[in-house]
Design a protein around this ligand. Structure first.
Ligand code: ATP
Length: 314
């Protein structure tokens, strides 16, 4: 396991979700393997992993829809014992294609759900506004685009004013504008104090919306940390000639271990504010500096490496 996995389990704000050793076996297949998940109150947590990594199974266990083979789950501070767990009443979820009546309007679908769950009818208009569907509320569900269907699903999840939202691939299948709308709605919900746990196989999505990320591969959590720390710090990219002399000078200046040759350039893993110092040192040593540029970590690479590593040992 990489550093950062399972970090700070007992510090910081109270946990909205905390699992220990959560495991699910289907026959010989270990779909979820000893997962220690920690979602803090108030954050947007991205549960990231390739197809088949065990995300949906994990979310279904959290919601009491699948019985774990081993491990414990705490939801909003209460130890979960499956479906009857009272804290699950404070959780909203969008986990599989929501079942709505195609011939009913969006509003009437929500009204029927609210009636079944004995929630006030007035809440329907509020959730329609929250997900930006108020203007299309009188159209039949069957005429909705995929993005609108997803937003109606989210509206249904919000009916009971959840403190925690669990969303399985909420932007899956949406076009770029649908994705952007969904992200904006989720961000607004988070800003209003709702904790969000969402799964995705798209790093770019998670990166745009989440505060922290748990990376899962073959059922195992291989990293759990702030999204901006996932790739580690960036590096200064230095193109200079002669390259060898530049490397020796920088190795003396900042240390051999932080200077690496990357093609026709050097990558120097130091804070960006050292750029002027590096430039001066090279020029003073007779090195021509052609380029000095901040290079963001390649998160796509980090994600592939993290998920490949467990694949190799699986
Ligand atoms: P995706 O993004 O493709 O939905 P995922 O990360 O959500 O993937 P899961 O759906 O949790 O992954 O599946 C994890 C593994 O467990 C897969 O190998 C899947 O085939 C298997 N699996 C899931 N549900 C069952 C089941 N009911 N019976 C047997 N195997 C299952």
């Amino acid at each position: 396991m990489r550093s950062g996995a399972g970090e700070e389990l007992s510090r910081g704000p109270a946990a909205a979700v905390e699992t220990t050793g959560l495991t699910k076996r289907f026959g010989d297949l270990v779909a979820v393997d000893s997962l220690d998940l920690h979602v803090r109150s108030g954050e947007v947590y991205g549960f990231l992993g390739p197809n088949g990594a065990g995300k949906t199974t994990t979310l279904r266990m959290l919601l009491g829809l699948v019985r774990p083979s081993a491990g414990t789950i705490r939801i909003l501070g209460t130890l979960s014992e499956g479906r009857g767990t009272t804290s699950l009443d404070r959780v909203g979820a969008l986990i599989e294609g929501p079942a709505f009546y195609p011939f009913l309007t969006g509003r009437d679908n929500l009204r029927s759900l609210a009636a079944r769950r004995r929630l006030p009818d007035g809440r329907v208009a509020e959730v329609l506004a929250l997900v930006g569907l108020a203007e299309r509320a009188e159209d039949r569900y069957g005429t909705y685009s995929l993005g609108m269907k997803q937003r109606l699903g989210l509206a249904a999840a919000l009916l009971g004013r959840p403190e925690l939202l669990i969303l399985d691939e909420p932007t899956n299948g949406l076009d770029p504008s649908g994705m952007a709308e969904m992200r904006a709605v989720i961000r607004d919900l988070a800003d209003s104090g709702c904790t969000v746990l969402l799964s995705s196989h798209l790093l770019g999505e998670v990166r745009q919306i989440c505060d922290r990320v748990g990376v899962v591969s073959h059922g195992r959590l291989v990293s759990q940390q702030r999204i901006d720390e996932l790739g580690g710090p960036g590096a200064l990219r230095v193109r200079a000639a002669p390259l060898e002399r530049a490397r020796d000078r920088l190795a003396r200046l900042v240390g051999t271990d932080v200077v690496t040759v990357a093609g026709d350039a050097l990558e120097v893993a130091v804070p960006t504010d050292l750029a002027p110092t590096i430039n001066r040192a090279l020029v003073a040593d007779g090195v021509a500096v052609h380029e000095l540029r901040w290079h963001e970590p390649d998160l796509e690479r980090v994600f592939l490496d993290l998920t490949k590593e467990t694949h190799d040992v699986a």
